[in-house]
Ligand binder design. Sequence first.
Ligand SMILES: *[C@@H]1O[C@H](CO)[C@@H](O)[C@H](O)[C@H]1NC(C)=O
Ligand SMILES: *[C@@H]1O[C@H](CO)[C@@H](O)[C@H](O)[C@H]1NC(C)=O
Ligand SMILES: *[C@@H]1O[C@H](CO)[C@@H](O)[C@H](O)[C@H]1NC(C)=O
Length: 336
Amino acid sequence: MFRAAVFLTLLYKVATTAAQCIDGDPCPEVIALESSECTDYHAFLARGSDSPYPGHLGPLVKLTCDGLVGNSSSSDVTCGYENIIFPANSSFAGVDAWCESAGTGAKNGQQQMKDYADKCPDAHLILLGYSQGASVSLDILGGGGHQIFQCTQDSNPAFDPSTTPGSNIVAAAVFGAAIRNSKQGYSVKGGKDYNGTATRSDEMLTALDQFGDAGVLRDYCNFGDYVCAKGSEPSALDNHLNYFKKYNTEAAKWLIKTSFTSTGNKDALANFDASVSASASSSSAHPTPTATKKAAAKASETASAVAAASPSSGASSSRHAVFSGVLGLSVFAYLL
Ligand SMILES: *[C@@H]1O[C@H](CO)[C@@H](O)[C@H](O)[C@H]1NC(C)=O
Ligand SMILES: *[C@@H]1O[C@H](CO)[C@@H](O)[C@H](O)[C@H]1NC(C)=O
Ligand SMILES: *[C@@H]1O[C@H](CO)[C@@H](O)[C@H](O)[C@H]1NC(C)=O
């Protein structure tokens, strides 16, 4: 009884506080970036359990693409994303559902990244994952195959950071991963010294370290997120859901800076640093004139793409409430 009451309160809170185009909602501005074409920067998105595509990571990929394009010195830089295709079923869908889903995500994600890098050898790849998708992203980089939620996920090998497609990865960020280990150098925030719901083998951790040591991997885990930081108390559902409200700006900055650093793009890094220090030192930002012009051109491009594909905002917000409810339900299922 007590549990049911807490659960309903949490659901209500999630459904009413989640703002549009901050997390979860599939915004038209985000969908406009979905592409299978060869772009300079191409992100792969692995969503959380029971989310629609592209899920909570959509607004982050939009911010990141805007910053990558806006801070590049060349005017023809392009950025897009594709969804990693997997069902994202929670254990709510059956005892083996989570493991089958995550295993499919790891396998498909590796294949999609390989196919894209074969087709577009110059592409710089970015990998983003949330919750189940965060675990899938770590499986893609470091190898997978674990026991969790009373099921066993099929194994898959790690990517090699020195050969394609591993070598095409310029930045990877995961949020609230279900399968992760405490005290890893690439982890940030208050849950970093706790294990996830399940842990990875030493071999997998060694493989992940290669990406961590190269500075291209960041693992966000909140204190009190019982999915990624088991035993950090008090825990609350919101600590698993609020990553994108709390960290979208800083995560985008990290992804942009890391991507420019990985590719040795000094001009873009200088533009980025100037942009960031200008906005930090005054309330009105003074980016470089070239960058402003390009950002404006890009903004009007995006605006027309949005106008071409915009659903009514009413439909969008009710879809979001349903989506948040389903996500709340599946996170609750993790507790059972
Ligand atoms: C450069 O990136 C930063 C960080 O995301 C962003 O705030 C800024 O607007 C970008 N500059 C341009 C000109 O797009
Ligand atoms: C598993 O996920 C798929 C795709 O998201 C969905 O269509 C299906 O209903 C889910 N299965 C269950 C049993 O919930
Ligand atoms: C995390 O898991 C590892 C491997 O299973 C274990 O050795 C370690 O003691 C755990 N650490 C914490 C803080 O629970």
